[in-house]
Design a binder for this molecule. Sequence first.
Ligand code: 13P
Length: 249
Amino acid sequence: MRKKIIAGNWKMNNNKAETAALIQSLTPFNFSAEVRVMVAPAFTHLVQAEALTQGSRIEVLAQNMNAAESGAYTGEISATMLSSIGIQKVILGHSERRAFYNETDESLKAKVATAITHDMEIVFCFGEELDQRKAGSHFEVVKTQLETALFDLTPSQWSKVILAYEPVWAIGTGETATPEQAQEMHAYIRDLIASNYDQALEDSVSILYGGSVKPANAQSIFSQPDVDGGLIGGASLNADDFKAIIQSA
Ligand code: 13P
């Protein structure tokens, strides 16, 4: 049985004090044992977040990392650096990284490999753009994204992967995929996993939906049979909204 997962991607928002306040308003919250809750603050606040979440069930993840072990990559953060402050989880492949920082399926494959080497759990983001959805190529786009970056992992390595389908046209736009559109894509992804691996893996992989999830629409999306929770942007910056979303899982 897959647990529900609600992850807040705080992107490039909140200073140190604001991040602390947001975490401190989440840690006393008593959410269901069937739900995992994660938050992804900025790199500069990860040490603080790790300390403030000690003793709670809130898990902290990074928003990105470099594929290289170390070296002359000014401004970058390695898996070893994250591990050294107790962070063993990372978001990879967010559409904003793909769009603004030229991340590709190939470069993400390298990041995935590094994360696996360091025994890190990965929230792997992917999804089509608006013109691709309009052209009807969204299934093909998603297939290529997953095949390139993930489909040479072994089944046991997949235990470290959480998928996050985020149609780019629904991110920060207020336009959400309908529950049916989310379910259709998530079911397609499970079929892809089954045809590349087997039924056991198909059943075990968690697939989150992301893109304008709010308290008002969360329950209808999360109740779809192949949707295992959400990756939440804007609404995760407001403690009350994020808690309401967690309660909808
Ligand atoms: P919004 O919830 O703000 O649309 O962002 C979604 C997202 O990009 C989460 O990673």
